[in-house]
Design a protein around this ligand. Structure first.
Ligand SMILES: [Zn+2]
Length: 59
């Protein structure tokens, strides 16, 4: 099976990463909907930070 992917630049860590066919990023890239892509590591970090900030706000 051939995996189709594009290499895109993460806006956060500036590393190239692959977006595979079927993923949301792939769809966005193909439709040229956004120029800002975030790799999985960064989107994970961003999610954790958002949760931390949320709890900081509560306290
Ligand atoms: Zn990144």
């Amino acid at each position: 099976m051939i995996m189709i992917y594009y290499e895109v630049l993460c806006y956060s860590c500036r590393q190239l990463f692959r977006v595979y066919e079927g993923s949301l990023n792939y769809k966005l890239f193909k439709e040229n909907r956004t120029k800002f892509f975030c790799c999985e590591d960064c989107s994970h970090k961003i999610r954790i930070d958002a949760i931390k900030n949320f709890f900081r706000y509560l306290n």
